[in-house]
Ligand binder design. Structure first.
Ligand code: PLP
Length: 449
């Protein structure tokens, strides 16, 4: 079919192919997710025009060496700039807060607080509320995984989970393997705990280079790994199931624990999300860290870790760190998961995020100078954009701020301030005119280099 052609109606396709409307709709949704067709309201589905697609960013090439960290103030400056609701939040780390079920959350939180059994404040000390851990265990079951509630420790967001996990498996002065680029929270946590890091190369869509990891394991005394195997931050890459299995097998053969940072897994666009590497862990060496911050309740600060053989130690460290996580919040979220239509909310959130990712990619095509490279992640709300080699993203960051636009500059995602010509753009907000004008402005700025 040619660009602009209308696809057959759902009804006619059902008749001609002898299939159900659900099957046709599913097929059309799949084609839409691949950007091959588009739906037009009250009109039907049409074949999309194909523009020349930009190439994905290049595979990263960090130096194979162990680095002691000094994370720059830049991370805080970038976070600070995104606080103001008047700026165009292309540099924000958060999805638009307007996309969450606040009234429902408030109802469940209120009712949990009203019906709180006073004794539960003591009984629910770490590992945490039984109701919540049961609900989290059920989410694992949906992915085909059996994770007992005794393994799950409730934390204040994924960041606390990750930090406690790191404390469980390392001592100051140890070396850990991380991805390059990586989430700046990982760099900060490693710095705080006095760890050295070895950066492992990443392919922008296929994810971690496991062969390079294997070579680093031979060369350096790696005590633990911190990897985002699904919707990696900032690239959006997801390791295939086969590669996740290989990763777990490799680490098991060297007795190295894996801290799996899985803050974005619920934001996979596919109707059947892929399980984490933890699914292949037979020996309890994977500490899988999850969160409700990105998918259900930002600001409630609720996360967890399924810590395998480290659960008891992690639970004690949680008590040492902060006694417990707010119980009304734990109970409220547990009720929301049980009764509040979490799955329906997720479906609409993922659909919105997929739509704004698509709008953002198209906007880049319209406004960015040719030669930039980007891949479309299969979920989440970040684009990792490689610009021309002369681009200085720190300079772009400063200049864009003058126009009320934020971006996240590449060097904040690296232990050695690499990725000078990369930007992370946030697509987690509805794609408004202001966003469109902001990418146009960024396009102008990029042409200056
Ligand atoms: C990859 C990654 N892990 C963990 C976190 C922290 O999650 P939480 O807000 O649940 O602490 C973030 C937040 O930005 C993140 O991007």
């Amino acid at each position: 079919m040619a660009a602009g052609d209308q696809l057959p109606s759902v009804r006619s396709l059902c008749q001609s192919r002898k299939v159900s409307p659900a099957t046709v709709l599913k097929a059309y949704e799949t084609l839409e997710a691949e950007y091959l067709i588009e739906s037009r309201p009250r009109s039907g589905y049409y074949v999309r025009a194909r523009r020349q697609q930009p190439m994905p960013p290049r595979t990263s090439r960090p130096k194979a060496q162990s680095t002691r960290l000094e994370v720059s103030d830049l991370v805080f400056q970038t976070l600070e700039a995104s606080r103001n609701r008047e700026v165009v939040p292309l540099g924000s780390a958060f999805p638009s807060p307007t996309q969450f079920p606040w009234p429902k959350l408030a109802r469940y939180l209120g009712s949990s607080a009203r019906h709180l059994d006073p004794w539960s404040t003591i009984e629910s000390l770490p590992p945490g509320s039984v109701e919540l851990r049961q609900q989290i265990a059920k989410r694992y079951l949906r992915l085909g995984m059996t994770v007992g509630i005794e393994q799950i420790v409730v934390t204040a967001g994924a960041l606390e989970a990750l930090s406690l996990a790191l404390q469980c498996v390392t001592r100051p002065g140890d070396t850990i393997a991380i991805e390059s680029p990586t989430f700046y929270g990982c760099l900060q946590a490693a710095q705080r705990l006095g760890l050295h890091v070895v950066e492992i190369p990443m392919h922008p869509t296929e994810g971690l280079d496991i062969e390079a990891l294997e070579a680093s394991i031979v060369k350096f005394p790696i005590r633990a790994c911190w990897f985002m195997t699904t919707l990696q931050h900032p690239t959006g890459a997801t390791l295939s199931q086969t590669r996740k299995r290989e990763l777990v097998r490799l680490l098991a053969s060297h007795d190295i624990p894996l801290i799996e940072d899985d803050a974005y897994s619920e934001l996979q666009f596919a109707s059947k999300p892929e399980p984490p590497a933890k699914a292949f862990d037979k020996a309890g060496r994977v500490l899988h860290c999850g969160s409700f911050s990105k998918c259900l309740a930002p600001g409630y600060r609720l996360g967890w870790v399924a810590a395998g053989r480290y659960s008891a130690d992690l639970s004690r460290r949680k008590i040492e760190a902060s006694i417990a996580t707010s119980l009304p919040v734990q109970q409220g979220i547990a009720q929301m998961l049980r009764h509040g239509g979490y799955e329906t909310h997720l479906i609409s959130l993922r659909r919105n995020l997929a739509a704004s990712q698509l709008a953002a990619l198209e906007s880049l095509q319209r406004h960015f100078p040719v030669g930039y490279r980007v891949a479309a992640p299969r979920g989440g709300y970040f684009l990792w954009v490689e610009c021309g080699t002369r681009v200085d993203s720190l300079d772009v960051h400063r200049r864009a701020l003058d126009f009320g636009i934020t971006i996240a500059p590449g060097p904040i995602f690296s232990a050695r301030q690499q990725f000078k010509n990369y930007l992370r753009l946030n697509t987690g907000h509805p794609w408004t005119n202001a966003m469109e004008q902001a990418t146009q402005k960024l396009g102008h700025l990029l042409r200056r280099y």
